[in-house]
Design a binder for this molecule. Structure first.
Ligand SMILES: O=C(O)CCC(=O)C(=O)O
Ligand SMILES: [Fe+2]
Length: 285
């Protein structure tokens, strides 16, 4: 079993649990009104998608990973401003700061995605999320710094039967990078609506099988990535300046509308967003 901590527990306990098992359940991480608004937006948009359409940008090769009877889509901030509130969630912020800021000046959104698992879906293949950046992580394994942190947030109660995310506790410290993992070693991270499974990019996990005949698993994935790596999703162009005009500077940075500043660590300025506008230099408007 993964440890379960209340969102109000001292945040210092959470990195310790995360470090020990590679994942921790934070109960009640998101406010009820926020989840309700997000869930409504996802429900309405989800009805417009064909199951099995998502490919992770990989065409047919991506389909086995996402599953034939699942619905996945991004740009959740277009559905409800609740998404921006989730990006500003204080508990997740503190955890992400603790895990990622030792390795970057700032981090940004890797994915903000509805992950709906349909009835009869088999378990997803087991993987580590950091495998998206294997060229960096593999040569350094198991000592590679954390580059990504994920949250699976329940938009409705998520039981084992419905396809709760399955995790192999401790596998983030496993000696070999890619191997054949045994589903029997996984444990389900069951969630009540508003709870979140927070997990290391290094831990082995996968979506669970939905064993029901007619019910969907309703959850969303919100992951962060060190600011010097390329995210899965193109948030910087998915959202316009106008979309984010009323968001906090943190949310604007998370969605790629501010530059990456490596300080206090060593490195260059990257993604020079509005750093030197032509209009500012030439007087052209
Ligand atoms: O759907 C889930 O529970 C997990 C999904 C996942 O781990 C992924 O797609 O990277
Ligand atoms: Fe994953």
């Amino acid at each position: 079993m993964l440890k379960r901590l209340a969102a109000g527990a001292p945040v210092t306990q959470m990195p310790a649990a995360l470090d020990e098992d590679g994942g921790v359940v934070v109960e009640g991480m998101s406010a009820a009104a926020t989840i309700e608004a997000m869930a409504q937006g996802v429900e309405a948009a989800g009805a417009r998608f064909q199951p099995g359409g998502a490919t992770q940008g990989l065409g047919l090769d991506g389909k086995p990973f996402v599953g034939a009877n699942t619905i996945r889509f991004s740009s959740l901030g277009k559905l409800s401003p609740a998404f921006f509130a989730m990006l500003d969630n204080e508990v997740y912020r503190q955890l992400a700061d603790a895990v990622l800021l030792p390795n970057c000046g700032s981090y940004w959104v890797n994915s903000g995605q509805a992950m709906l698992i349909g009835p009869g879906s088999p378990a997803q293949m087991l993987h580590r999320d950091c495998m998206n950046w294997s060229q960096y992580c593999m040569p350094l394994w198991p000592n590679c710094p954390e580059v990504t942190l994920s949250a699976m947030i329940a938009l409705a109660d998520v039981s084992e039967e419905l396809g709760a995310t399955r995790v192999i506790p401790g596998s983030h410290k496993g000696a070999t990078y890619g191997e054949k993992w045994d589903h029997a070693e996984t444990v389900p991270a069951e969630l009540k609506v508003g709870d979140a499974l927070i997990y290391s990019g290094k831990v082995v996990h996968g979506g669970g099988a939905n064993m029901t005949r007619n019910r969907w698993r309703k959850a969303m994935h919100l992951s962060f990535l060190v600011g010097w790596l390329t995210p899965e999703e193109s948030s910087p162009i998915d959202y316009s300046d106008e979309d984010l005009a009323h968001c906090s500077p943190r949310v604007q940075r998370l969605l790629g509308h501010r530059s990456y500043d490596p300080r206090p660590l060593f490195g260059g300025g990257l993604w020079l967003r509005h750093a030197n506008k032509i209009e500012d230099q030439t007087g052209i408007s």
